[in-house]
Design a protein around this ligand. Structure first.
Ligand code: HCA
Ligand code: CU
Length: 423
């Protein structure tokens, strides 16, 4: 159910601002908010208005912008924070408090009973002030909290009947998918509110954990563009969308304007001073690049053989790398066709052998392959014009040079020898 009906809480403007390279101006925030809104995320989460005077003004400005996405801000479990946050005009508050023994001892110093009491007071107060606001309560460092403590807190909060969502946070990126599944399944069984999952990526599980959370009944997933956030960040929007597209292509295409993803990734990458990683989901330069000859053949016949994501759905194109020793003649043939060159299959196979032989001794690039193809095409053209007479007298230099390109053994391996006469 949740796997089909999930919501993205896009936190580039909150968790993402906690990325070391991020220091967004209002103008930059507006550009990010607009781009994400166009993409179609359901929520935007903003830095607490208590962080700085400018942060407060940013909340007010973005809340008033009339975006389709619901605007949330993120606050500690304090009445004073909540009062200021409500004043900004946002559509929802994400309230958080640490429940792990570590955070209880070294951060706010409260016991579980005190947390329950405080949460009850603050959440009921917020609801009384703002009956229509979306209210979420989350425990920080959920996976290093005692499960019985966690459940006590969530059950108490759920029973208040004032929150729309309960949040689970893998604050240090410790959890693996099965653990996420178990915890969220228990929460799903025991409580009524929607469930949000916030997953850090320290050990590379953020996307898988988010998917597992949905599978277990979560309804909302926190993301940020390129995954930016504290340390190495959280579930990346693009990677999460890739996962959901693989799960249900039609629904994901309907839900989001996938072709806008590249612009969003580029925009944020530039603003925080990083390049989009080469192996990034969807928008990395190698995301749709194919290399091995045997892959290329299948890809050219039917792209789905080696592609779970169709680049066209994201406004991107696939690229088949051909200038290397793993190349295959189908890929070289495709390139020849792109260049409008007329070469027979036998000739293409010989070119392919030459590419492989050259690649064994030096680094090639596409230009080298193109040059070879052009040379072979010209020679083939001359060859076509050649008279039988000339051929018999053996004074044809082109034919000779062509023959010397490959060893007799290699030529013999081709189904159709390039030259009609053996030399
Ligand atoms: C933080 C911690 C947080 C909160 C997540 C949440 C985390 O930076 O305030 O509110 O659900 O990772 O625990 O981002
Ligand atoms: Cu976080």
């Amino acid at each position: 159910m949740s796997l089909e009906k999930f919501n993205v809480i896009e936190s580039t403007l909150r968790e993402g601002e906690q990325f070391v390279g991020a220091n967004f101006t209002l103008d930059q925030k507006l550009k990010i908010a607009d781009a994400l809104d166009e993409f179609g995320v359901e929520y935007l989460e903003l830095t607490s208005p208590l962080a700085s005077p400018q942060s407060r003004m940013d909340c007010e400005t973005i809340a008033r912008r009339g975006l389709k996405a619901k605007i949330l801000t993120h606050i500690r479990c304090h009445k004073d924070d909540a009062a200021i946050a409500l004043d900004t005009g946002v559509g929802g508050l994400d309230v958080v408090i640490g429940t792990s023994s570590m955070l209880r001892e070294f951060s706010h110093g409260k016991s579980i009973d005190e947390i329950i009491e405080l949460a009850g007071e603050v959440l009921a107060w917020i609801r009384a002030q703002a009956p229509d606001i979306e209210l979420r309560f989350s425990t920080e460092d959920s996976f290093r909290s005692e499960e019985k403590d966690l459940m006590r807190v969530y059950l108490a909060v759920d029973k208040l009947g004032v929150v729309n969502r309960l949040g689970i946070a893998d604050t240090v990126g410790l959890a693996a998918p099965r653990r996420v599944y178990e915890l969220i399944s228990s929460l799903r069984r025991l409580t009524h509110a929607d469930i949000e999952f916030h997953g850090h990526n320290d050990t590379g599980c953020a996307i898988a954990n988010s998917f597992s959370a949905l599978d277990a009944g979560a309804t909302h997933i926190d993301t940020s563009v390129l995954g930016i956030g504290e340390r190495n960040g959280i579930t990346p929007l693009g990677g999460f969308v890739a996962r959901m597209y693989a799960h249900n292509k039609a629904a994901t295409k309907k839900k989001y304007k996938l072709k806008k993803l590249r612009k969003v990734d580029q925009l944020v990458a530039e603003m925080v001073g990083v390049a989009i990683p080469f192996n990034n989901y969807i928008t990395g330069v190698t995301a749709f690049t194919h290399k091995a000859g045997i892959h290329s053949k299948a890809i050219l016949n039917k792209p789905e053989t080696y592609e779970i994501l169709d680049p066209q759905d994201f406004g991107l194109t696939r690229y088949i790398s051909i200038a290397h020793k793993l190349t295959g003649w189908n890929a070289i043939k495709d390139r020849a066709e792109q260049l409008g060159l007329e070469l027979s299959d036998a000739q293409i196979k010989l070119v392919t052998q030459e590419v492989k032989a050259l690649a064994d001794i030096k680094q090639l690039d596409l230009e080298d392959v193109d040059e070879l193809l052009h040379r072979w095409a010209e020679t083939a053209e001359d060859e076509r014009r050649m008279t039988d007479d000339e051929r018999r007298t053996g004074n044809d230099k082109n034919a000779l040079s062509m023959a010397y390109r490959v060893s007799p053994k290699e030529a013999a391996e081709n189904e159709k020898p390039l030259l009609k006469q053996p030399l």
